[in-house]
Design a protein around this ligand. Structure first.
Ligand code: DAH
Length: 339
């Protein structure tokens, strides 16, 4: 019996010595030490042997078991270190090779300018307001002093919705929401997307971006408006900008203006950008009409305000020399990747 055990042990040790990988070793462990292995069977049967044989047999079987366990362990270490030393030859990587740059997204140029303008206004104590893109007639028109039969409604080709609401045609609608919600004095801007039912061409889109500004306080005058506009424009263009106001009509301001800047390309001499006039029309603005203050719940005898509306698309086009507004919404990566 004892010779049989040592023969089995030799057989096992030889097989373990030949095993080439971890899977083979695991198979041998089951075969030689598992529940059905010869050694386990022998140990199990010991109780049935005559008493004087039990001690030596048990000892021999346990020694064989320990020898097999030790051999398995040693072989496992050997096999895995062989694998690691091979790795350097078979699976090497060149850590000095230049990396592959993952494709990174970035902000749309309109969003970039929006954030810049938000920062400039925050610096002047303005809040940032958001309003709904689906508006009602009251906030988009009526409360801005544009009653139903007013010809100014024709200036805005409106996308009407079946339920009587509309896609806001300008961010001026957010002025009214601010007045309804806040008690003066207050100042804020409302940047966002606006919509017009327009035939599109290089300078017209059905979806574009504006920022509306509104400041309400006591004794607001055109001088306050000019001061804030100059601060804004020198922030955007990174230099001092000369402005002039021309009369302009918008039902929600009185007086209303078109604000021009002295052409930044030719300095006022006249060039193709300013069409030889030396000035570029930049934004409409004015002092808030008393009717608008009243409809927004503010007493015009006590409070005044100025408002302006600035289009982002034109600004970005001027900044980068883009000559077709339709690129902004086209989702063409060849265009967007340039910013
Ligand atoms: N909401 C006007 C538009 O989109 C722009 C505008 C004009 C806004 C005069 C103003 C303003 O605040 O005072 O056509």
């Amino acid at each position: 019996m004892i010779e049989q055990i040592s023969a089995r042990q030799d057989e096992a040790l030889q097989a373990i010595g030949n095993a080439g990988d971890a899977t083979a070793l695991e198979g041998l462990r089951v075969q030689w030490l598992g529940r059905k292995s010869p050694l386990t069977q022998i140990l199990r049967g010991i109780g049935e042997l005559p008493p004087e044989q039990r001690g030596p047999m048990g000892q021999a079987a346990n020694l064989a078991k320990a020898a097999i366990e030790a051999a398995l362990e040693a072989r496992t270490v050997a096999v895995s270190s062989a694998r690691y030393s091979q790795l350097a030859d078979t699976e090497w990587i060149d850590v000095t090779a230049p990396g592959q740059k993952p494709a990174e997204g970035h902000l749309h140029p309109i969003t970039t300018i929006q954030y810049e303008i938000e920062d400039l206004f925050r610096g002047m104590g303005f809040s940032i307001w958001r309003g709904p893109q689906v508006e009602d007639e009251f906030h988009n028109f009526t409360a801005l002093n544009i009653p139903a039969d007013h010809p100014a409604r024709d200036m805005h080709d409106t996308f009407w919705l079946k339920d009587g609401n509309l896609l806001r045609t300008h961010t001026s609608a957010v002025q009214i929401r601010a007045m309804e919600r806040l008690t003066p004095p207050f100042r804020g801007i409302a940047p966002g997307r606006v919509f017009r039912h327009e035939a599109t061409d290089a300078s017209h889109e059905n979806t574009f971006y504006q920022v509306e500004g509104l400041m309400v306080d006591r004794h607001i005058s055109v001088a306050d408006l000019i001061g804030v506009m100059k601060q804004l424009l020198s922030g955007i263009f990174k230099r001092d900008v000369t402005v002039r106001l021309r009369p302009g009509f918008f039902p929600f301001v009185e007086p209303g203006f078109e604000l021009d800047i002295r052409c930044l390309i030719c300095g006022g001499e006249g060039c193709s950008v300013c069409k030889q006039v030396g000035w570029v029309e930049l934004l409409p603005c004015g002092l808030v009409h008393p009717n608008v203050l009243r409809l927004g719940g503010i007493d015009p005898d006590e409070w005044q305000g100025f408002a302006f509306g600035l289009g982002f698309d034109r600004l970005v086009m001027m900044r980068y020399g883009i000559h077709d507004i339709r690129y902004f919404q086209a989702g063409d990566l060849r265009f967007l990747e340039q910013f």
